[in-house]
Ligand binder design. Sequence first.
Ligand SMILES: [Zn+2]
Length: 369
Amino acid sequence: MKAWRFHGFGDMRLDDVPEPACPPGHALVEPLCVQPSVTEAQLAFGIPTLAYDRVKRRLETEAPIQLFGHEFCARVLECGPGVAGYERGQRVAARAKLPCQDCPLCRSEKSDLCRRGPVIGFDLPGCFAERAVLPEIALVKVDDSISDSEAACLQSLSDSVAAVETAQIQVGDSVVILGQGSMGLECLQVARLCGAGLVITVDVRDEACAMSRQLGADHALNAKTCNVVETIRDLTGGNGADVVFECAGGSPKQGLAGSATIATALDAVRSGGKIIGVSWFGTPVELNVDLFRERSLRYLFPDISTRAHLEFTVRLVASGRVRVKPTITHVLNGIESVPRAFEITANKGKFKAINPAQVVMQPAAQRRE
Ligand SMILES: [Zn+2]
C-alpha cells in the first residue's frame, strides 16, 4: 500500500510499504478524510513545538518512518480477534493519546493522567496512508449525521472540551478566548454551552473575527485595531474576565502570537480568575510568578481528553450544538495532496485557513467496498 513517510524534517515521500497486519484488539481501517494538526504541520518542517525532540530522535535513528495522522475519519475494513465494539463498514474517529493500561494510574481508573501509553501518529503509524491499524481503545463510532470532513475535526474538538472542562465555568461567567483558530472557535462554542454569560474573543484576522461572531461570540475583537485589555475591562465592569483561554500562542514565524498572549491574559483576567493554557509555545517562556501570587490567579492546563470526551463530541456535532463545518476552509483531494495540506496548515495565516487543511484521501468511486 502507499503511505507518506518522513525521511527527515521537510522530506516526506509517498512510499510503497507492506500491508499492516491486524492484531488482536485492533481494527484495520481505510482513512476517508485526514487533516494534519497544527503541531504535526510544524513538526513536519522541523519547527520546535510539542514532541519536537522525540520526533527528531526518531527521524535520526529510524527514518524513513510513518508519522502523524491522528485527526481523521476512517472506515473499518477488518477487526482483529477480540474486537467486539466495531464491525466492517462503520466509520470511526479516534483520540490520539492512549493509556498504557498497565501503570498504577491506569489500574486506579485515572488513565487520563497516564503519560506512558502510545500516541497515534507519533508512536503508532497514523492515517496519512491508504490503510492503518489502530487499537480499539482509541476509536469512537461516527454518527451518520456527521460528514467525513466534520468527523476529522472530532479529535481536536475533544481536546477543546477537555480544556473547557478544566475551566469549571460557572453559569454567567465572563469568558475571554485569545485566538480564534479551530481550537479557539471550539472553546468558544463549548464555553457557551457550559453557561458562559459573556464571551469575548480576540484574533488579528478579520475573517477569524467574523467566523467567531457567526459561531456565537458576543464581542469579537481584532487586536490590530483596538486596545484589547482596555476593551475587555470595559466590557467586564472594570475587573477583567472570570476565565481567559489562551489559544493564540506559538511560533511567530507561523503567524502565531509568540508568548505575548500570556501577558494579555494576565491583564485581561480578574483577580482570583483562571487562565487556561491551550497553546503550545515550543520554547521556554518567562513568567513573573509573583503576579500570579499577588492576584491569586490560577494558570491551569487541560487533562488529556478521554474516550468519554470524544463520545461527547460526537453528540455535540450530531445535534448541531457545536458547528465545525463553517471552520473548514480548505479541502484537498487525493492522497497525493497531503504535503500541500501540511504547507497550508503550517501557514494558516498566509492561506487564510481556519481549520487545518483536510485531505479527502481517495475519490469514493475508487474505494474498496
Ligand atoms: Zn498507564
